[in-house]
Design a protein around this ligand. Structure first.
Ligand code: TYM
Length: 332
């Protein structure tokens, strides 16, 4: 059976981008057609300036939102990264296969390191090695497919490269994974700055729709989205990024094709109104389930406990095999 692995980082409140680019597919498709694992990657949240209590809170909230989005613990494994030691164990070994140059070429590293420096902070070493830990997440489970949004494809490529290199040098150990993307909304953009990704770690702002935003807040944010100059509604990502973003969000939420939907509108106002309502309807059931789960923290704990146990059992043989292959003596 196909093995699927994906993760979400508890560095901020989850956004519509996370949902449309990744979570929704995990719940609607991946968990039913594959042997799938979905992970709250809390170790990754420590790579930038962080508040310990906030990371703990967001880890629980993210797990609850994954379940609220429809992940079913009977169909897939949901767990927290730091509960399974194999991720960190394998990451070190992969650091001995990856190169410094490779890490410094990663687009997200360059962007995030520049942002930390602009804020006057220093860049954590773990930010540089982040993609290696992500490769470990993926490779530890013999993953075939990694369903992610566009922004993660370079990291998945690196995981592929490391798997191939390790296998060539030390003997076949890892499955070589590949990224899979959604049909639409692979890159949901910030409503106020439609040439930038809608990112949860960004400073909170009117351009980001959070999964837990109240309906009226969602409506306000969408109605105030920046649109491009011009009157006609056309789908053109390069020339009209604001409009294209709204059309893609509408297509992802209500169905249809962004270019065809463009033809159905003759004003920006009508497009925004329909987009806002479509987003509200998509978020409504997720928010309802999240409210119910918040009242039952023991259920969420139980899911995470069982998930970690299952994940450990799956990862350990592969990570042990990698230790032996690279030359580490088996415990005596
Ligand atoms: P993260 O937490 O930033 O995002 C989680 C998932 O949501 C997708 N996504 C988006 N898709 C479309 N439009 C957007 N604006 C948008 N914002 C986020 C991301 O592509 C991702 O699929 N490094 C990863 C977490 C990670 C991981 C892994 C993923 C760690 N280990 C192993 C897959 C496999 C990250 O920061 O995702």
């Amino acid at each position: 059976m196909t093995r699927v692995f994906s993760g979400i980082k508890p560095t901020g409140h989850l956004t519509l981008g996370n949902y449309l680019g990744a979570m929704r597919r995990w719940a609607a498709d991946d968990q039913y057609r594959s042997d799938a694992l979905f992970c709250v990657v809390d170790l990754h949240a420590l790579t930038v300036d962080h508040d310990p209590a906030r990371v703990r809170r967001l880890s629980r909230q993210s797990a609850s939102l994954l379940l609220a989005a429809g992940l079913d613990p009977e169909q897939c494994t949901v767990f927290v990264q730091s509960h399974v030691d194999e991720h960190a164990r394998l990451s070190y070994v992969l650091e001995c296969v990856a190169t410094d140059g490779e890490m410094r070429r990663m687009i997200q590293y360059k962007e995030k390191a520049a942002r930390e420096q602009r804020r006057g902070g220093s860049v954590r070493l773990s930010l540089l090695t982040y993609p290696v830990l992500m490769a470990a997440d993926i490779l530890a489970y013999g993953t075939d497919e990694v369903p992610v949004g566009d922004d993660q494809t370079q990291h998945v490529e690196l995981a592929r490269d490391l798997a191939v290199r390790f296998n060539q040098r030390y003997g076949h150990t890892f499955t070589v994974p590949r990224a899979t993307g959604p049909a639409v909304a692979a890159r949901v953009m910030n409503l106020q700055d439609p040439v930038s990704k809608m990112g949860k770690s960004d400073d909170a702002g009117p351009g980001i729709v959070y999964l837990l935003d109240e309906p009226d807040v969602v409506r306000k944010k969408v109605m105030r989205a920046v649109t491009d100059s011009g009157q006609d509604v056309v789908y053109d990502r390069e020339e009209r990024p604001g409009l294209a973003n709204l059309l893609e969000i509408l297509a992802a939420c209500a169905g249809g094709d962004p270019a065809e939907l463009a033809g159905a509108y003759d004003s920006y106002g009508a497009l925004k109104k329909d987009t806002a309502e479509a987003v509200v309807e998509v978020l409504r059931p997720v928010q309802e389930r999240h409210r119910a789960l918040s009242a039952d923290p023991e259920y969420v704990d139980g899911v995470l406990r069982e998930g970690a146990e299952r994940a450990r059992g799956m990862a350990r043989p592969t990570v042990d095999a990698a230790y032996r292959a690279i030359g580490l003596l088996a415990p005596v």
